[in-house]
Structure formats: structure tokens, C-alpha cells
Design a protein around this ligand. Structure first.
Ligand SMILES: [Zn+2]
Length: 307
């Protein structure tokens, strides 16, 4: 039930409450989880809250309500889509469309929740876009994703963003501890420092960084290490973006000056594109692309990025 998230995610809670109270439901919500582990449960609770005709929020009311007390499998107006294997296929989106064209049973609205929406491929992304461009009366989309820059800009711009806070991370004092927590292991602080020097060099020298990669992060060219480097970079640019948008720095509180410097050098759109590049490169490496070539590509893309 929605009340379960009142304390942990007060902003998201308020967004959904206001949507009902002020009768301002959006036709698409993009839930950006930022590592919050109960993101899918929150999406489901919000969907139930919207569809219940009494908009119940707590378990006590919910238990007595025929709609809220139904099991997930029996919620015919809430459809949950998860990746089949590594991707969400176009066929899954077509099946959804077919299923949702029949009349709803409990209310006049239906909600579909796409978990791990970063697993949409080109054709399923396009199918979603069609949904979002011509929203059908009463159909609401929930896209759940860890980092919204994993989605196409055209999708992002059509959704109301619900930004979740990763409260678990607040328990850690400095950047090193936070990164260890996020990576689920104790990593060498050299890896973090060298990654930050790499960012520094790359921001100052652009394309010529290619001939210095070996010196800068040559020790971390294994697939396993490079994935960590890319995560550390992604979080860094995400914090630059946070600062740019007057939001709180989440991870790099120990490196405020560095974040501020890069923030001042880059426009919002550029920061978003750089984050997008990092996520693309990470995906390529997960699919076993050559690590050195991917790093060269990263440097190239960072140097060429334009608004
Ligand atoms: Zn209810």
C-alpha cells in the first residue's frame, strides 16, 4: 500500500497523492529509482492507489477493500511487464496493447508497469513511444528505471518524472564508503582516485586523452574493473547534474569542488549526453565488446558531444 512509502519516499508519495486529490493524473510516470531497492513495489502500490475507487493508502483499509485486497495475479487492470531474458520485446508491447483494448473490469482506468525499462530495445521503445504520443483515455504508463538517461529523450520528455531517493546511501559518510556500498564490495581507493583524474584529464584535454589512457587508467582495463570505472564516472556526472539542477549531491559530497568545476563547464544537455554515453559503453562492455576500443570510443564521444 502507498502508505508503506510515506516516510522513505515522501516526494513520490506526495506526487501520487496530489495527482488524485487535485485530479491531475499524468498519462505516464517515469520512476527513476537511483538504486532504491523497493522501486517496483512502490510502482505497484501507486498503481493500486490510483485505481482503487476509494484511493485507499493503508493496509487496514486495504484489507477490507475488494479491489486492494486482490492478489497481484488477479489485478486485471494492472499489467506488469518485465524483460524476457535481456530485453523487453516488441511482442510483449503488442500483447499489452491487445489486452488493454478490452474494457476494464474494476474501474475506468488501466495501468501498465514496465519494470527495468532500460531493457527496452529499439523496436519496443518505438512501440512505447506510440503509446505515449497518442495516449488512450484511461491508460496510464509507469516506467521504472534506475537512471532515466538509460531511456530515449523522446520517452523521458513525455513522462512525469518521479525521482526516488536512495536513503540507504545516506548512512554512509564519505564518497569512498558510498561507492563501496553501491558496488557491493570494498574497492581500492586508487581506482576511485584514478577514475577522477581520468575525468579531469578528459575534461581538460578532450580527444588527445586517447594517447594517455594507458597511463591514466591502464591498470583497470579488465572487463570487471572497467565496469566499475564506468559506474564511478556515471555517478560523478549524475552528481554534476544534480548540482546543476539545484538538487542535493548524492555521492560525491567529499569532492564538492571537483563536481562544481565540471558542472560549470558543461550545460545540462551535455551532462545528460555524457551520462548517456557512459551507459551505452557500459552496455557494450557487458556484451563483451573490446574494452580498449570502448574506452577510445568514450573519449571520442565525450570530445565531440554537442547540444
Ligand atoms: Zn481499496
Amino acid at each position: 500500500m502507498l502508505d508503506d512509502f510515506k516516510e522513505e519516499q515522501p516526494i513520490a508519495y506526495k506526487i501520487f497523492k496530489n495527482a488524485i486529490n487535485k485530479n491531475k493524473l499524468s498519462h505516464a510516470y517515469l520512476i527513476e529509482a537511483n538504486g532504491y531497492s523497493k522501486k517496483n513495489e512502490l510502482a505497484y502500490a501507486a498503481a493500486k492507489y490510483i485505481l482503487c475507487d476509494k484511493h485507499h493508502t493503508n493496509i487496514k483499509e486495504g484489507q477490507a477493500c475488494p479491489f486492494c485486497s486482490k492478489s497481484k495475479e488477479n489485478q486485471l487492470d494492472i499489467k506488469i511487464i518485465k524483460p524476457e531474458g535481456l530485453i523487453i520485446k516488441k511482442k510483449q508491447m503488442e500483447d499489452l496493447q491487445k489486452e488493454f483494448s478490452t474494457k476494464s473490469i474494476d474501474s475506468n482506468k488501466k495501468i501498465y508497469i514496465i519494470e527495468e525499462a532500460d531493457k527496452l530495445n529499439t523496436s519496443s521503445s518505438n512501440a512505447i513511444l506510440k503509446f505515449l504520443e497518442e495516449p488512450e483515455e484511461g491508460i496510464i504508463a509507469f516506467l521504472v528505471v534506475d537512471n532515466m538517461y538509460q531511456l530515449l529523450n523522446t520517452i523521458i520528455s513525455r513522462c512525469q518524472i518521479v525521482n526516488l531517493q536512495n536513503n540507504e546511501i545516506k548512512n554512509y559518510e564519505n564518497t569512498y564508503e558510498k561507492i563501496n556500498f553501491l558496488l557491493h564490495e570494498e574497492i581500492d581507493s586508487d581506482l576511485i582516485e584514478n577514475t577522477l583524474s581520468f575525468i579531469d584529464y578528459l575534461e581538460k584535454n578532450g580527444i588527445s586523452t586517447i594517447s594517455h589512457i594507458q597511463r591514466l587508467i591502464g591498470n583497470y582495463l579488465s572487463k570487471e574493473n572497467l565496469l566499475k570505472v564506468l559506474d564511478i564516472m556515471t555517478w560523478f556526472y549524475k552528481d554534476c547534474l544534480n548540482l546543476k539542477m539545484n538538487l542535493k549531491i548524492e555521492i560525491y559530497n567529499s569532492f564538492y569542488d571537483k563536481i562544481e568545476e565540471i558542472k560549470n563547464k558543461n550545460e545540462i544537455e551535455i551532462l545528460c549526453k555524457k551520462i548517456g554515453t557512459l551507459l551505452d559503453i557500459k552496455e557494450n562492455i557487458l556484451y563483451n565488446a573490446n574494452t580498449s576500443l570502448q574506452l577510445d570510443m568514450l573519449v571520442k564521444k565525450f570530445s565531440e558531444v554537442k547540444i
